[in-house]
Design a protein around this ligand. Sequence first.
Ligand SMILES: [Zn+2]
Length: 319
Amino acid sequence: MPFGSKASGAARKLCAVSVDLDEIPCYTAIHGLSLPLSEAAQQAVYRRALPRLAALFDAHGVRATLFAIGHDLEHAHASAALRELAAQGHEIGNHSYSHRYDLTRMREHEMRAEVARGIEAIERAVGLRPRGFRAPGYTFTDTLSRVLQELEVGYDSSVFPCPAYYAPKLLAIGAYRMLARPTRSIADHPRVLTAPGDPYRMGESYTRRGRGLLELPIGVTRDATGRLPFIGTSLTLAGRTGAGVLCRLIEGRELINLELHGIDAADAEEDELTSLRDAQPDLRKSAATKLDILSATLERLSRAGYRFVTLAEAADAFG
Ligand SMILES: [Zn+2]
């Protein structure tokens, strides 16, 4: 048992890297765009970005947690890629069946079906039942927490208690409404900002500590530093120096839960995604530049004494 009981006084230093495998049509939906994208472009996350990320993880000895959307696994190229990565030791998690951004507004039985069908699709594709769940768009509710527990999900990793993410998201949704662009994005309840930034068991409200489902919140810098977002997009947009500063501000947390998206390793030119670049600022940086920043980040966290684990292993350590 590599983690065991916590040695007295010694803080755990674990880093879990996860990737949400939202395929390109998720991004056109969130920006309310209908773009004429080639089939290759529409499959760029699984076909182009995922192999680049797998190489990055290999170089740093990282076994990651890959959150897959169930319906993508009906495509043979996607399920084959995940089977291969699972065989290499990466964990596969459930990112729901069809990535409905309004999952938390659906009726409870529909919500349950979305989660359950995601589990079944992964079992079919990979041969293993996923332990973890990540909600589309980080949006969470007490009803979803209950549904996950009924389905015996081992842990959740969706809560993102980050003011710097929350406020701009509200602004973006408002702006899209004014432009009459039908974004699929919805905002969480503001109480999410009061949720713990470290692993906890959910209580009566999912934002409070209790004895329910284990939550591994998405990475934010230490509370005293304003809980800045420590995710792929913020690191790659911050650049190498900015990413180094964010590392310094998160170091000290017992678990660094670094969440990436497949698109973080996409390249507008090479992957035929130039038409999405205006709406998706991270596509203005090349895949090579973004991977270089992520590589420097992993290197730095490793040097700071963090050990890479999957989220399931983090759940064992903190559960
Ligand atoms: Zn997603």
